[in-house]
Design a binder for this molecule. Structure first.
Ligand code: UDP
Ligand code: MG
Length: 316
C-alpha cells in the first residue's frame, strides 16, 4: 500500500523541517497500526516561493528518496500547485495537506483508517473555526448555497483543504483541464463515498496566509460559475420579470395617454426606472463578463502551469 502526500508550498521555509519531521513520525505510527507494509511518497510543489522553500525541499530530497519536489515558474495559486502534484502522484491514496501545520499531520492515521473502511474521500472537518464569527457565518451561508445551487454532493460543513482521496479520484481529477479550478469542489463533485475526520484547526505559527480577500472572492465565484447554471438562470428570470413589468408599464402609459391625457411630466418616475433598469443591465453584463472571461481562458488551452525546477528528472 502506498500513500502520497501532496503539499503546496508558498514561502514556507520556516515550516518545512518541522512539517517533514511530523509527517515522518506519522508514517511510523501508521505502519504500526497496519499489518501490511506501507510505502510513502511526499510531493512538495513550490508555488513560486520568493524565499528559500525550494532549496529546503531539495535538501530534504537529498536525505530522503521518498521526497519529490517540483518548483513552478511563478505563483500559480495553491489549487494549480495541488494539480501539479497530483499529476505526479503514484499512491493508492493521496493526502492533500498544507505545509503550514495548521492541519495536524498526525491525523493522517485516522484518514487512512476511514479510507480502509471504505470511504473514497475523507475530509478533515474543522470542528472549531479559528477565524471570526463573521467569517464562520459567511462560510456557513456559502457552503449551504454551494450545496443547494452548485454541487449537490458538497459536504454541508465545507470541504476544507485537508483531505484524503482515493487513486480513482485523483486520476479522474488529472483528466480535468480547466484553468479556473476549484480542486476541492471537483473532488466532491465526482460523487464518491465521503466521510470525515473532525479536528481543531491550529493557528499559523510561522509565515503568513497566501490567501488574500481577492483570491477568496475569485474562488467563491469560480465555485458557482463552474458548477452551477444558477447565475444564468437568475439572469433569465430577472429578464422575464422585467419584461413583464415593462409590458405592463407600456400598457399603463398608453392607457393614461389615451384615456386621461398627459399632464405631469413624471421626472421622478423616469429617473427611478432608469436607475433600476440600468443597474440591472450592468449586473447582467457583469455576470456575462465573468463567464466570458472564463470561457476565453479555457479556449486558449494554455498549459495549467510551468515547471522551473525538479528534484528528479522524471518529474519534468
Ligand atoms: N499556497 C500555495 N500557493 C498560494 C498560496 C498558498 O501553494 O498562492 C500553499 C501554502 O504554502 C500552504 C497551503 O497552500 O501550504 C495553504 O495556504 P494558506 O495557509 O496560505 O491558506 P489558509 O490556511 O489561509 O487557507
Ligand atoms: Mg494555512
Amino acid at each position: 500500500m502506498k500513500i502520497s502526500i501532496i503539499t503546496p508550498v508558498y514561502n514556507e521555509e520556516e515550516n518545512l523541517d518541522v512539517f517533514y519531521e511530523r509527517i515522518k513520525e506519522t508514517f511510523k505510527t501508521l505502519s504500526k497500526t497496519l499489518t501490511q507494509p506501507i510505502e510513502e511518497e511526499i510531493i512538495f510543489i513550490d508555488d513560486g516561493s520568493t524565499d528559500l522553500s525550494f532549496q529546503k525541499i531539495k535538501g530534504l530530497a537529498k536525505i530522503d528518496k521518498n521526497i519529490k519536489g517540483i518548483s513552478l515558474s511563478k505563483n500559480h495559486g495553491s489549487h494549480t500547485a495541488i494539480s501539479a502534484g497530483l499529476s505526479k502522484a503514484t499512491g493508492d491514496a493521496t493526502i492533500i495537506i498544507a505545509a503550514d501545520l495548521q492541519d495536524p499531520p498526525e491525523l493522517i492515521v485516522e484518514f487512512v483508517k476511514k479510507w480502509r473502511e471504505g470511504a473514497q474521500i475523507v475530509w478533515g472537518k474543522r470542528a472549531k473555526y479559528e477565524k471570526s464569527l463573521l467569517r464562520a457565518c459567511v462560510n456557513k451561508i456559502f457552503y449551504t448555497l454551494v450545496k443547494n445551487l452548485a454541487i449537490k454532493t458538497y459536504p454541508s460543513t465545507g470541504t476544507g483543504s485537508f483531505c484524503l482521496i482515493d487513486r480513482k479520484i485523483y486520476q479522474n481529477l488529472n483528466r480535468h483541464l480547466e484553468h479556473n479550478r476549484v480542486t476541492f469542489g471537483l473532488i466532491a463533485y465526482q460523487g464518491y463515498k465521503q466521510d470525515y475526520v473532525e479536528y481543531d484547526r491550529f493557528k499559523r505559527e510561522r509565515g503568513s496566509s497566501g490567501w488574500d480577500i481577492s483570491k477568496l472572492i475569485k474562488a467563491g465565484l469560480d465555485t458557482f460559475l463552474s458548477f452551477s447554471y444558477f447565475p444564468v438562470r437568475f439572469m433569465s428570470i430577472i429578464g422575464i420579470i422585467t419584461f413583464a413589468i415593462s409590458t405592463l408599464g407600456i400598457i399603463y402609459t398608453l392607457w393614461i395617454w389615451l384615456a386621461v391625457g398627459v399632464k405631469v411630466p413624471g421626472w421622478t418616475t423616469i429617473i427611478i426606472l432608469m436607475c433600476i433598469f440600468n443597474g440591472l443591465q450592468f449586473l447582467m453584463l457583469g455576470i456575462l463578463g465573468e463567464y466570458l472571461w472564463r470561457v476565453s481562458d479555457e479556449v486558449k488551452c494554455r498549459p495549467l502551469y510551468f515547471i522551473q525546477d525538479v528534484t528528479e528528472e522524471n518529474l519534468n
